[in-house]
Write a protein that binds this ligand. Structure first.
Ligand code: FPP
Length: 240
């Protein structure tokens, strides 16, 4: 029996929020102004998820490669993340959002990690939209860290290597608690995936949108989802 998706609305949408820097530069501002404008969009898009039938929203906030940006931009982004979490924690909780972070936390400053831990803990029992924020995240890094943990379990005798399959590794990924994304959206006209959810997106649909992230409105989000309705997902099988 071919596995065709019967549910039209994507249950899990992942977004590469690209174009903040260009948005700011086009207006004669510093790049950080674009990141601040982008942060405002996050909440607007998140708020539309329940009405659109989206249960899981995953956003790419900072990649393992983003450390290569100027010290000013990296420091500005870290300050933005701290402020954002501090400012939004209570309202995210009040709105029933459940927040998780994926990525490697070792390079992040302890004050930021504390805020992330607190937000995760506070919202852990909520049943609204599952918001996952990728911060110091890279798909290859995630798979390498998963492989390391898996190898440790084998070395300790807790895992038999003969039973390792493509169903084993996902349990070691940062996203072990998430279903695979149905739809990955990238704004700003770039058509690449930039190390985002490499394993998880094997059968995701992709939408590359020209709009820069700070201009991406809930209305355009709804339009993109309508296009998704017209796609036929076959997961490698033949339709019957
Ligand atoms: C890519 O645009 C965007 C980022 C590296 C940062 C994303 C961060 C935000 C949207 C803001 C905050 C998010 C949260 C969760 C608070 P770019 O800088 O690469 O843009 P460009 O391609 O035009 O240079």
């Amino acid at each position: 029996m071919a596995q065709c998706s019967r549910r039209k609305t994507p249950r899990h949408v992942a977004i590469i929020m690209d174009g903040n820097g260009r948005w700011a530069q086009m207006r004669g501002h510093r790049r950080l102004v674009g990141h601040h404008a982008g942060a405002k969009r996050v909440k607007e898009i998140l708020r539309t998820c329940p009405n659109l039938g989206i249960d899981y929203l995953t956003i790419f906030a900072f990649s393992t490669e983003n450390w290569k940006r100027t010290q000013v931009e990296v420091a500005g982004l870290m300050t933005l993340f701290k402020r954002y979490i501090r400012y939004e924690t209570q309202s995210l909780h009040d709105e029933g959002v459940r927040v998780r972070f994926i990525g490697d936390r070792v390079r992040l400053e302890p004050a930021l990690v504390d805020l992330m831990d607190n937000l995760e803990l506070l919202t852990a029992g909520n049943s609204g939209t599952y918001l996952t924020i990728a911060l110091d995240y890279g798909g290859r890094d995630e798979v390498a860290r998963a492989a390391r943990r898996l190898a440790q379990d084998v070395a300790r005798g807790q895992l038999d290597p003969r039973v390792v399959s493509d169903e084993t590794l996902p349990k070691y990924l940062d996203t072990y608690f998430l279903p695979d994304p149905d739809l990955v959206i990238r704004t700003s006209g770039e058509a690449r995936i930039s190390n985002f959810l490499l394993w998880q997106s094997a059968y995701a649909e992709y939408e590359f949108i020209d709009t820069l992230w700070p201009d991406f409105t809930p209305a355009e989000f709804a339009t993109v989802l309508n296009r998704f309705d017209n796609r036929k997902r076959r997961f490698g099988a033949v339709p019957v």
